[in-house]
Design a protein around this ligand. Structure first.
Ligand SMILES: [Zn+2]
Length: 118
């Protein structure tokens, strides 16, 4: 694979990671600054609860994405970046640039998605 493509993906992964870290910091600040004492009304409290649940879900999803990004960076370091984990073939460059965390080629991804639906 072209080194410039790998480099482009590496920079994109780093950018995503920085963004996730900044987002995680903001989330922590939100959760500690909004106290229940600011919401004496039960409706507001319910809203606060649902917001909090949303934040937790987001963080869980973010954690998974951060793990995926780190795995992709590791693959770059090991020199296996762009190799499909499903069939061992090459992942399309366009696909990698659009979504550098991907570890499956489009064919394997399609099969995986079909199996998830079943
Ligand atoms: Zn594949």
């Amino acid at each position: 694979m072209d080194r410039s493509v790998i480099e482009k993906c590496r920079l994109e992964l780093q950018r995503q990671l920085d963004e996730m870290m900044a987002e995680a910091e903001r989330t922590v600040v939100d959760m500690t600054t909004i106290g229940e004492e600011n919401f004496p009304d039960p409706t507001d409290r319910a809203l606060l609860e649902s917001n909090r649940n949303f934040t937790l879900r987001l963080r869980d999803r973010d954690r998974k994405l951060v793990a995926k990004i780190k795995e992709a960076v590791k693959r770059i370091e090991k020199g296996t970046f762009g190799v499909c984990e499903g069939c061992g073939g090459a992942i399309e460059e366009k696909r990698l640039i659009a979504r550098p965390v991907t570890s499956l080629c489009i064919d394997c991804k399609t099969v995986e998605e079909e199996e998830e639906v079943k």
